[in-house]
Design a protein around this ligand. Structure first.
Ligand SMILES: CC/C=C\C/C=C\C/C=C\C/C=C\C/C=C\C/C=C\CCCCC(=O)SCCNC(=O)CCNC(=O)[C@H](O)C(C)(C)COP(=O)(O)OP(=O)(O)OC[C@H]1O[C@@H](n2cnc3c(N)ncnc32)[C@H](O)[C@@H]1OP(=O)(O)O
Ligand SMILES: Cc1cc2nc3c(=O)[nH]c(=O)nc-3n(C[C@H](O)[C@H](O)[C@H](O)COP(=O)(O)OP(=O)(O)OC[C@H]3O[C@@H](n4cnc5c(N)ncnc54)[C@H](O)[C@@H]3O)c2cc1C
Length: 687
């Protein structure tokens, strides 16, 4: 029946004020209002329909994305949307597009790596989308190892130009030969971008100065054809239907392409008219600054993707009933459920379902808050860099790299878990989960492979441990290393399950585990005469130490959030329970590490599990309200299983009827392939 809310009973159970929680989730009342307005604008506009995506052939899919991006830009200009509103529009349109790379990487690269003069030339063009850019760093043979890139930019003092060249190029016109060492992967490059920030080894006077960024025009502004010396195209279909195939990830070869000298991005270093290489007094690592910016953005986005999956799985788990009986009769599976419920059991009431679902719900909130904090850290480091204070850059790099790795791995795994939590129907495209997984999972690879990034964190940790006792006091997220002596000796004081609700006890447990794992790695490293050899040999342990450090950051930022004034009936209490689920589920999952480092005893680990179960019961009646607090429209969720009213079954049935295979009762191909087969069997049966 239209208009019935099948989840109304669930919503009535909530013990907190959902409207207040919506504001906590959004970050502020203002952010909530902008998001609410823009999400409805997108949801109500048929131009942004997306349910057909998994069915569309690639060319149509891509053209449709171009149409949506052009229409979005028209709205942005006609409605005079602010940067914040435009960015929300992109978010709620919910379709990867070349615009993500233009705004998310090309523009930030211009801002971070160009001189003021260069910015004043390029930024106005980029802001008006009179040029469209991408970030062309990765090559066919080199992604993680940026220092290993092989494209060259050789200065020609005769003409005051750089000659950009993809080396070992045996054919500039086709991709068939394996010896082409081209740029490979950049989003927006394949079919759209007019310009690219290309990373290449700078060569002046025969000397290699390492990797630098250059602005290269790729296509004619008249007819969009590649300029001379440039061969460019799409790299082909990627994982999943729809999903990331709306993006034109590209391949590019540059055959002695000439660009003016002032198209080298010269904030970090310069080449003079005479061809002299000059380094500014800013650190070389700023060449990597765009990656720091995007990793921070990716952390903020992780909570969105995970919360979407969790919202679908939570609503469906409340709708779906399995076992029990219509009247609470004898075939009900267990006495516990028979006592608690009459009728069929909602699958959300199974403790196993809660044990898989609620830690993901808690992670979505945890990632939201750590994302907010990371945004603050990034803003802070940017302000410092502007006045040549580079002191916090290593920590910002470690935090963005580590949290990008931690949150994207957990989110990709979490989306897949949510699909399984929805049973068979989770495997249908109309559940929204297959496409969400396919579109999200490359986040574990792009912007730095997650293991490679954790190894960067491990380097930072080992450096910090080696400096203990040198008088240099660790600060920020690594400040706990300053108390390492205490953390190595201390023992957990938990005696009752409720003691695990004490924030200072929890913090010390995570600090002790992280510190002990780092110190143990450092001790093992010191046994190697060659530190690099030791680092390679112990890299699996180092990755685990890095994960422990990153989890500590997330836990501590969640606990910090709870120290703030959080208005709204019951909101803080619920967030305390959610936070408890986050850290206790981590403690349970990694209890081997907490036990092996001897900070907790097996008895204390068991008490943590008792407390965790108690928190599941606290959260259970609030589960639907907690996911309603994300304030997602049905359009944004793109899932029948997650629809707001919970009216799942009729919608599944209607959607199935609309599948193109059901356009005819007898399928195409019956006459060619089925009828002869069936006839032949009939004939042999008669024989
Ligand atoms: C319709 C809508 C309209 C409008 C839309 C409006 C708005 C949209 C707005 C925004 C969009 C929002 C967001 C976009 C979000 C996402 C974008 C979408 C998709 C993303 C696509 C992904 C793109 C890419 O993948 S780009 C390529 C990324 N590549 C990598 O990440 C490579 C990984 N490798 C590395 O980072 C490094 O090479 C390495 C770190 C692994 C190498 O390390 P190594 O130590 O070997 O190298 P060195 O280079 O020698 O380093 C030495 C020292 O430097 C330090 N270091 C390293 N990296 C950094 C860094 N990044 N920052 C600071 N310092 C760094 C390192 O620690 C060493 O220091 P030490 O002190 O010497 O020890
Ligand atoms: C969807 C998508 C979009 C992308 N968009 C862009 C873009 O816009 N611009 C751009 O420039 N690039 C882009 N990329 C490329 C991306 O940045 C790289 O793929 C990424 O940095 C990983 O590098 P790689 O492919 O070389 O992986 P590899 O380094 O080859 O990784 C292969 C395996 O080796 C392991 N490994 C590698 N090095 C080490 C090590 N030192 N120690 C231990 N293990 C190691 C990794 O963990 C991984 O398991 C994109 C990639 C994807 C998938």
């Amino acid at each position: 029946m239209a208009g019935v809310d099948y989840l109304a009973d669930e919503r009535n159970k909530a013990e907190f004020d959902v409207d207040s929680m919506k504001i906590v989730w959004a970050g502020s009342r203002h952010t909530f209002e902008v998001a609410d307005r823009i999400s409805k604008l997108v949801a109500n506009d048929p131009a942004f329909r997306k349910d057909d995506r998994p069915m569309l052939p690639r060319k149509e899919l891509f053209k449709n994305t171009l149409r949506k991006a052009a229409y979005a830009w028209k709205l942005i200009t006609e409605l005079r949307l602010s940067e914040e509103e435009a960015s929300k529009l992109r978010f709620f349109v919910d379709e990867p597009a070349y615009t993500d790379l233009h705004w998310g990487m090309f523009v930030p690269a211009l801002k971070g790596q160009c001189t003021d003069e260069q910015q004043s030339k390029w930024l106005p063009l980029a802001y008006k989308m009179q040029i469209i850019g991408c970030y062309a760093q990765t090559e066919l043979g080199h992604g993680s190892n940026v220092q290993g890139l092989e494209t060259t930019a050789t200065f020609d003092p005769q003409t005051d130009e750089f000659v950009i060249h993809s080396p070992t190029l045996t054919s500039s016109k086709c991709y068939h030969t394996v010896e082409v060492l081209c740029t490979w992967w950049p989003g927006g490059l394949g079919k759209v971008s007019t310009h690219a920030v290309v990373y290449a080894r700078l060569i002046t006077d025969g000397k290699d100065h390492g990797v630098h960024g250059f602005i290269v025009q790729l296509r004619s502004m008249e007819d969009h054809k590649p300029l001379p010396g440039i061969t460019v195209g799409d790299i082909g279909m990627k994982f999943g239907n729809g999903a990331y195939n709306t993006m034109d990830n590209g391949v590019l070869t540059l055959d002695h392409v000439r660009i003016p000298r002032d198209q080298m991005m010269m904030r970090v270093s310069q080449v003079t008219r005479e061809g002299k290489y000059k380094q500014s007094d800013v650190p070389r690592q700023l060449v990597y600054g765009t990656m720091v910016y995007v990793r921070q953005k990716i952390v903020a986005d992780a909570s969105c993707a995970l919360s979407k999956a969790v919202c679908i799985a939570t609503r469906y788990s409340a709708v779906r009933r399995q076992f029990g009986s219509q009247n609470g009769g004898p075939e009900t599976q267990s006495a516990h459920y028979r006592k608690s419920y009459t009728g069929l059991i909602q699958v959300i009431d199974y403790k196993t379902q809660q044990n898989r679902l609620f830690p993901l719900l808690a992670s979505a909130y945890a990632f939201r808050f750590v994302g907010e904090w990371l945004k603050w850290l990034y803003t802070d480091v940017t302000q410092r860099l502007a006045v040549n204070d580079f002191s916090t850059l290593p920590e910002a790099h470690a935090c963005t790299a580590g949290l990008k790795s931690l949150t994207t791995t957990a989110t990709a795994d979490g989306i897949e878990e949510c699909r399984k939590l929805c049973g068979g129907h989770g495997y249908l495209c109309t559940s929204g989960l297959p496409e969400l997984f396919a579109v999200y999972v490359p986040a574990c690879t792009y912007e730095g492979d997650n293991i490679v990034l954790l190894l960067q964190v491990a380097r930072f940790l080992m450096k910090t441990v080696s400096q203990i006792g040198s008088g240099k006091q660790p600060v920020g997220t690594i400040a706990y290393m300053g108390r390492v002596e205490h953390l190595l000796k201390s023992r957990c004081s938990v005696q009752r399950a409720e003691d695990w609700l004490n924030p200072s006890q929890v913090l010390e447990a995570f600090e002790a585990r992280a510190a002990r794992m780092s110190v143990s790695c450092a001790q093992n490293l010191s046994k190697f005469s060659n530190p690099e050899e030791g680092f390679a040999e112990l890299s699996a342990d180092l990755v685990e130490a890095a994960v422990a450090h990153c989890q500590l950051i997330v836990v501590s930022k969640f606990l910090d959030k709870l120290q703030q004034d959080i208005p709204g009936k019951g909101v803080k209490q619920l967030l305390q329970a959610v936070c408890g689920i986050y850290y206790l589920s981590l403690l349970h999952k990694h209890q081997g590490e907490f036990l092996a480092t001897s900070y907790i005893t097996p008895k204390q680990a068991a008490l943590a599990s008792d407390q965790l179960r108690a928190l599941y019961s606290k959260v259970r009646p609030n589960a639907i309200a907690l996911v309603d607090s994300f304030n997602y429209t049905d359009h944004f969720l793109g899932s029948i299983l997650g629809c707001y009213d919970g009216n799942v079954y009729p919608k599944l049935y209607e959607a199935a009827k609309k599948d193109p295979l059901n356009d005819t009762v007898v399928p195409d191909g019956y006459h060619e392939y089925l009828k002869p087969l069936l006839k032949q069997q009939l004939h042999s049966a008669k024989l």
